[in-house]
Design a protein around this ligand. Sequence first.
Ligand SMILES: Nc1ncnc2c1ncn2[C@@H]1O[C@H](COP(=O)(O)OP(=O)(O)OP(=O)(O)O)[C@@H](O)[C@H]1O
Ligand SMILES: [Mg+2]
Length: 254
Amino acid sequence: MILLVEAINKMLEELNKRKEYLIQTERLATFGTLLFSLAHELNNPLNNIYTSCQILLEELEGENLEFKRELLLEIEKEIERVQKIIRSILDYSKPGQKEKIKLKNLLNETLYLLRGKIPPQIEINLEIPEDFMVFADPQQLKQVFINLFKNSFEAIGESKGKIIVKGLENKDYNTIYFSDTGPGIPAKDLPHIFDPFFTTKGNKGYGLGLFIVYNLIKNNQGSIKIESEVGKGTTFIINLPKEEGKVINDRENS
Ligand SMILES: Nc1ncnc2c1ncn2[C@@H]1O[C@H](COP(=O)(O)OP(=O)(O)OP(=O)(O)O)[C@@H](O)[C@H]1O
Ligand SMILES: [Mg+2]
């Protein structure tokens, strides 16, 4: 454990030195950003685990069982955090098995997975023609929509609200509009929305949801952009190929 914490601290130092250079060369390449943020994010829970372990070792002979239990629970919580971070990164980097998907069915399956977590005061409208198809990996696409739905639920919160998913047919690719009537996103946050570990939810968010969405859509030869206005709501515009071999040439979104 000590070795791991030391190694991560060293890596952070090294990355910090290189960050300036990387920023100059290009707006931190996605991989560089991820590596830096990852080291940073893993470092916090690992430091906490390390400290709890040290206290536990010192207190091992002590009488206070409740205190030791608390420390172990703390360790367990931090390990879960590390696991969640690592799992999300592993999930999005899989190459995927693409196939032609009926989007409406996939969205219904996604909502089925989310059953019990959908706030009752939120209305969900799927305005997707039955034969609206996209070419993508179904598991990855479900993950995309799970993350988008969860964000909308969290943004709308206890208020009444609507989520509308629309499909628009184009020649080689299809466009999905995923909108909610939540509070919207301030203009200053919009450029960071897909960055790893960008969150406005404090300890309740990892800031990984949209980073994963972005990478999964890229993995499936698609593109994604966001339009949002405070007080009005948020729309994600996703382009995906209709069939195998179609690549979306949309520089604005890349
Ligand atoms: N539909 C939305 N409406 C308003 N704000 C949103 C919406 N979706 C995302 N955001 C903002 O973007 C931030 C990043 O979203 P993202 O899903 O990446 O992370 P998160 O939800 O904070 O944490 P998690 O990793 O658990 O998903 C959120 O913290 C929130 O501020
Ligand atoms: Mg999220």
